[in-house]
Design a protein around this ligand. Structure first.
Ligand SMILES: C[S@@+](CC[C@H](N)C(=O)[O-])C[C@H]1O[C@@H](n2cnc3c(N)ncnc32)[C@H](O)[C@@H]1O
Length: 336
């Protein structure tokens, strides 16, 4: 259980979920870790205390240094982003490479599928076009769901694909179960990954399978997803969080001024390989397949990637992508 201050109120973080606490006095007694961060009460208020390498660098040094190591090439306001969303010109989705890697482990043809954090629906549409019996895509973002629905009509698969705009973890409810759950590039953005895994588990039928590929993960060089304005690797460990996010506002997203990585547009939950695998087991899944950086299992990257997969220390640092296939055991197996 963790506490932190946000906009003058006290919020409690429990199992990755945030909710307001009615008794702020309870916060006074806490000094708990939040990943690599501590939240402590100082000077009459709760303050965010980082303990990464860069946290001790004074802002007067860190800020001009990071500014010099960043650029404004991708500076965009929310209006510009919304306009592009209306024109369906988001970056091309990697649905086909997702299916190339996950397809080695499971067959979705003739099966019911739910896609968690479906974005603009490319994966859902591809699944429906290539033999899935029924597909449901769920995403928080209204823009993306609107775009997904337009595409489903344009591709004539609207009878097999439905899109729901909601928070999957908090709001999604269904009486049906699914044979397969997919989630592409979303698990590092879902603020309560353990609850999400538990919810997916509940939505799967007995023997159902979750296939996911996502990343970069938090301990990898670009785990903070700040590559839109700087190529400094591990910028989130080398510079204080407030400085990184200040430069992000100035050089990348002027309409999204935030103080924590969790609050950036799209969110970041600081997930690591170890945490994800621990949550998967906690949610009740059996691990059927696990691979880091499947796209690097070829050519000159093959040997370095074998080392990354084999050596625990390198596993976190080199976790650009995580592929996992997780199975909900059948009741008979659980009882037997
Ligand atoms: C990086 S995008 C990936 C979208 C899509 N899967 C793709 O590969 O193009 C992550 C998506 O997860 C969605 N998301 C994050 N948290 C969510 C939640 N709790 N419920 C539903 N969607 C969520 C975001 O809105 C975003 O569209």
């Amino acid at each position: 259980m963790y506490y932190f201050a946000r906009s003058g109120s006290v919020t409690r973080v429990l199992s990755g979920q945030t909710r307001r606490v009615t008794d702020p006095a309870r916060a006074r007694i806490t000094l708990k870790t939040f990943g690599k961060h501590h939240w402590s009460r100082q000077h009459g208020g709760l303050h965010h205390k980082e303990d990464n390498l860069g946290a001790s660098i004074p802002d007067s040094l860190a800020y001009p240094l990071l500014k010099a190591l960043s650029h404004s090439k991708n500076l965009k306001t929310s209006n510009q982003i919304a306009k592009e969303a209306g024109q369906d010109v988001y970056a091309a989705c990697e649905a086909s490479s997702f299916l190339e890697y996950i397809g080695k482990y499971l067959d979705y043809k003739g099966k019911s599928v739910i896609d968690v954090g479906c974005g603009m629906g490319d994966l859902c549409i591809m699944l429906a076009k290539t033999g899935a019996q029924r597909v449901v895509g769920v995403d928080l973002s209204w823009d993306r769901i609107a775009s997904a629905r337009r595409k489903a009509v344009a591709e004539n698969v609207q009878d097999r694909v439905t899109f729901e705009c909601m928070n999957f973890v908090k709001e999604y409810q269904t009486l049906d179960t699914f044979d397969i759950a997919f989630s592409q590039s979303a698990f590092e953005h879902i603020l309560s990954p353990l609850d999400c895994l538990k919810k997916i588990y509940a939505c799967l039928s007995e023997g159902g399978v979750l296939g996911t590929i996502f990343g970069p993960l938090w301990s990898s060089p670009y785990g903070a997803h700040m590559y839109g304005f700087t190529s400094v690797p591990w910028v989130h460990f080398l510079f204080p969080e407030r400085v990184v996010l200040r430069v992000r506002t100035e050089r990348f997203r002027p309409d999204d001024p935030v103080e924590r990585y969790e609050d950036v547009e799209g969110h970041l939950n600081r997930i690591t390989v170890q945490k994800f695998m621990q949550y998967a087991t906690q949610a009740g899944f059996e691990v059927q397949a696990f691979r880091l950086n499947p796209s690097q299992d070829r050519g000159i990257y093959k040997i370095p990637n074998a080392l990354v997969n084999a050596i625990p220390f390198l596993r976190e640092l080199g976790s650009l992508q995580l592929l996992a296939v997780l199975k909900k055991p059948s009741l008979r197996r659980l009882v037997g």
